[in-house]
Design a protein around this ligand. Structure first.
Ligand SMILES: NC(=O)c1ccc[n+]([C@@H]2O[C@H](COP(=O)([O-])OP(=O)(O)OC[C@H]3O[C@@H](n4cnc5c(N)ncnc54)[C@H](O)[C@@H]3O)[C@@H](O)[C@H]2O)c1
Length: 371
């Protein structure tokens, strides 16, 4: 066990890296961790709540690793950069907190995994909903037999994204950039957690073959899905269905329907609310922060909640999504544009993803006019 004060560095200090800087700041002030360096290829954003102060700033991660010798490197850069940065960090002796998706293909996954084993370092993947105590309570209930044997897990998510969302970065809404497949699109990016959570609830089994996939887009200017569903059966015989839209009139946060032979549970993976068989109301649970979990892994040997192994099946699903062609464009007759920074709404998309998740159906099996 390592009892030294952990030296943490962040690569990718803007964007989602700002979230990590905010989470680390109170620990730094309390002297629980040391922030030894920030690295970004762009100018690092100043924020009064998270002053950079005398923390060294780098624009090259190799230099950061050499000069600061961190114990932990938080990586919040775009996915195509994850493998080289994570591998370099581990070769420098650091453990890694790697943002989701860890990598975009099984080949990259294999190389990352090998590096992890060779160097003996830890990789925590930023699927933060895996730290949910609702997930833990669901697991306990399953273990106690309250659901019987698990048969199906379905997730429904219905959100909205305005035009400006697709202008947020040069790779937003793109299928490919600089010859690399880009992990954007509803399934690959905002709802990546939905797929990982469903796979974990379904027991972390590998899938039996490829998934069935239906991807649609409601905007001519994008090359990725904003409404999509995938379904697969895992080696434990559990059907997993993930149905999502960014064009839904009604919001569904991220509702997981868990069906067993003896009962059903409902969990909202974004809010940590869980209703078990026999409960009238959902109960609210808390969450273990994945960086705290990594710190305790180093200090006391506590198991990682989102260790790299857990993302392997997810990575296979992601690879299939990214290699799928540009999705079919939905007929304009079913679309509506609303708001000043307009969102595109797809008729009945919210109800469709809900039914798909509950019944384990693809859009094409729901008799939808656009499906
Ligand atoms: N866990 C979550 O809920 C969650 C939420 C949002 C984003 N993310 C993930 O976080 C990662 C970053 O996403 P983002 O939207 O902030 O992306 P982004 O494109 O805004 O990039 C983040 C930062 O990385 C910097 N960067 C790029 N290449 C770099 C390099 N080689 N070295 C150093 N810095 C580099 C960029 O300049 C930028 O400031 C992605 O993997 C994304 O999926 C996770």
């Amino acid at each position: 066990m390592d009892l030294r004060i952990p030296r943490i560095a962040i690569v990718g200090a803007n964007g989602y890296g700002l979230h990590h800087r905010r989470r680390i700041e109170p620990k730094r002030r309390a002297g629980e961790v040391e922030l030894v360096g920030l690295c970004d290829t762009a100018e690092v954003v100043e924020d009064p709540d998270i002053p950079i102060g005398d923390v060294p700033v780098f624009d090259d991660y190799e230099r950061l690793l050499k000069d600061t010798e961190p114990h932990i490197v938080v990586i919040a850069t775009p996915p195509p950069t994850h493998l080289p940065i994570a591998a370099a960090a581990m070769h420098h002796g650091a453990d890694v907190y790697l943002e989701k998706p860890p990598v975009a293909s099984l080949d990259e996954y294999g190389r990352l995994y090998e590096t992890m084993v060779e160097t003996g370092r830890a990789v925590q993947v930023g699927f933060q909903a895996l730290g949910s105590h609702a997930f833990g309570a669901l697991r306990d209930a399953m273990e106690a037999g309250r659901l019987g044997s698990l048969e199906a897990v379905g997730v429904a998510g219905s959100w909205q994204r305005p035009d400006s969302y697709y202008r947020r970065s040069p790779w937003a809404g793109k299928r490919e950039a600089n010859g690399t497949l880009v992990a954007d699109g509803a399934l690959a990016n905002p709802f990546a957690h939905a797929s990982q959570q469903a796979l974990a609830i379904a027991g972390d089994w590998p899938l039996d073959g490829d998934v069935e996939l239906e991807r649609l887009r409601c905007r001519g200017e994008i090359e990725v899905d904003d409404t999509a569903v995938w379904r697969g059966v895992n080696k434990g015989g559990v059907t997993v269905t993930v149905a999502v839209t960014l064009c839904g009139e009604r919001k569904l946060e991220g509702d997981v329907y868990v069906r067993g032979s003896e009962g059903e549970a409902w969990l909202q993976y974004t809010t940590d609310r869980l209703r078990l068989p026999g409960d009238d109301e959902p109960k609210q649970y808390g969450r273990t922060d994945l960086l705290d979990n990594l710190l305790l892994h180093r200090r006391r040997g506590v198991g990682l909640l989102s260790g790299l192994r857990r993302s392997k099946t997810f990575t296979g699903v992601l690879e299939q999504i990214l290699n799928d062609p540009v999705p079919r464009l939905v007929d304009a007759a079913y679309l509506r544009r609303v708001g000043e920074d307009p969102v595109t709404l797809l008729e009945g998309a919210d109800a469709a993803v809900e039914r798909a998740a509950r019944d384990g159906r693809l859009f094409s099996e729901l008799g939808l006019p656009w499906g």
